[in-house]
Design a protein around this ligand. Structure first.
Ligand code: PEP
Length: 250
């Protein structure tokens, strides 16, 4: 099963519209010849529309960092999947550990968001991963299993095949301390085993599983050499167009 590598940049709460546009103009040039991977940038909501217009004719796709599950109504500050789709968003990060930590995201809300995204033709990038304490307590597999099975509950096989999973150990996010390629591969193998239990081997081997957590240009090649690592979700190092393009080109 060939899984096209996907490299996504999560800008978090960074870049004004002006900064975002200068960045994507640079990135476009750096990666214009790259066609053997999917490239995604996830700007903050305010810059989505402008970035979308700038990359429309490029090989870079637009991603959002969150979505709300309701279609419309009195949900102050929320943005629906239909609204994202309207401005050209193709991917949406769901369940990022910062959303879980600071904004009360739960596996239940992840599940609702994933369904809303899929219903609107968006590709969810669903983040799962254990904290440092959970790893020390040897709870890693339990946490991953709970997040995967509850966060992605009640999806059909057809729906499941349309999503992307990002394994992001919380202790590696923004810390400069990445998981070793072996640690990441071990978790990815475990995730594939769970998917095979939930569906079947074919589904498990079709799904792309990204690694996220302090990915930098100097480690990406080693990570991507692992059979079960299909790309990366990049935070800090995606904020600089040159560094991000070095990761994309690994
Ligand atoms: C992230 O926020 O998804 C992430 C992986 O961040 P960083 O690359 O900065 O660790």
């Amino acid at each position: 099963m060939t899984r096209k590598p996907l490299i996504a940049g999560n800008w978090k709460m960074n870049k004004t519209i002006g900064e975002a546009i200068s960045y994507v103009k640079e990135l476009r040039e750096f990666v214009e010849d790259i066609h053997n991977r999917e490239i995604v940038v996830c700007p903050p909501f305010t810059a989505l529309s402008a970035v979308g217009a700038e990359i429309k004719t490029s090989n870079i796709a637009l991603g959002a960092q969150d979505v709300y599950w309701e279609k419309k109504g009195s949900f102050t500050s929320a943005v629906s999947a239909e609204m994202l789709k309207e401005i050209g968003v193709k991917y949406v990060i769901i369940g990022h550990s910062e959303r879980r930590q600071f904004f009360d995201e739960t596996n239940e809300t992840v599940n609702k968001k994933v369904k809303a995204a899929l219903e609107n033709g968006l590709t969810p990038i669903v983040c799962i991963g254990e904290s440092e304490e959970e790893r020390e307590d040897e709870e890693t597999e339990n946490v991953i299993e709970e997040q995967l099975k509850n966060g992605l509950m009640d999806l059909t096989k057809e729906q499941f095949l349309r999503l992307v999973i990002a394994y992001e150990p919380v202790w590696a996010i923004g810390t400069g301390k990445n998981a070793t390629p072996e640690e990441a591969e071990e978790a990815h193998i475990f995730i594939r085993k769970l998917i095979a239990e939930m569906f079947d081997e074919e589904t498990a081997s079709s799904i792309r599983i990204l690694y996220g957590g302090s990915v930098k240009p100097d480690i990406i090649k080693e990570l991507m050499a692992k059979e079960n690592i299909d790309g990366a979700l990049v935070g800090g190092a995606s904020l600089d167009a040159r560094q991000f393009s070095d990761i994309i080109k690994f």
